[in-house]
Every structure is written in C-alpha cells, then in structure tokens.
Design a binder for this molecule. Sequence first.
Ligand SMILES: [Cu+2]
Length: 151
Amino acid sequence: MLSRYKPFDNNSLALGRIVIAALSVAFLASFTPQASSPQTSPVIEVLADHDSRFKMAGQRIPSITVHAGEMVTLRITAIKAKNRNRDGSIHGFALLRAKDRSHVPGWDFLLRPGVQEIMEKAPEAGEYVVVCTVICSDDHDGMNMKFTVLP
Ligand SMILES: [Cu+2]
C-alpha cells in the first residue's frame, strides 16, 4: 500500500541516477580540451620552372623543411618546359623517401600551368626528396629538391 505513494520508487531512482550521470559527463566534457587539430605550416611557395628545376625565392639550392604531422600548404607555380603530359600536366611533385626512393602515400601531384595550392599532411620525420614525375624536358632527371621532415 505504502509503496504506491512513495515519491521515488526504484525505477524513478534508477532513472534519476542515469540523468545525473549523463549531466556529469556533459559537465566534465565541457572542461576537456578538444583534440588539437594538426598544426599548419606557413604557405610554402615553389616554382616549377621552364628549365626543369624547382626554385624557391631566396634559396640558391631549394629545400623544404616541415614538421611531422603538420598540414603543409604548398603554393606551386608551374611553367611549361619542353613537354607536357597528355592530361595537360607540365610537371609533377612527388615525395620519395631518401633512403629507398619509395613513394610517400598521398604525396604525388601533377601540376598544370599556373598556380595551384596543395594541402597535405607531412609524413613522419626523416629525409625525403621531391621529384618531378612528368618527363618535362631532357633535363627532367635533374628536377628534384630536398625535403626534410623534423620531429
Ligand atoms: Cu618537370
């Protein structure tokens, strides 16, 4: 008889506990820092030039240095050398590991005439080399540059 008039029976007590638990989780979550998004590098300007060379302003020997895992933004200006691919690309920009010349997934871009912006996540720390993947001229084999990824 009495249980009928109890303000909190077992079911509503259990429900109350669940609500309190849920509120606590929400409350604590509001204080938990968000998972940090990857750092973004400053924009790196590269010229893929008509003489089948990569060039960077202010660098006699161009080389790129970034940090592992950061988002790298490249702004590449491509100017046609002697040849172009059937698909219209005039140079390429692919990343190889220096130690075994193996390709780095995601880092293989074909360049069209003009300016293109590319964003890609930096790979693990190490020494890499950028190579052109379009046979852009007789000098194509020399179209490469150093790419260093710091920890
Ligand atoms: Cu090239």
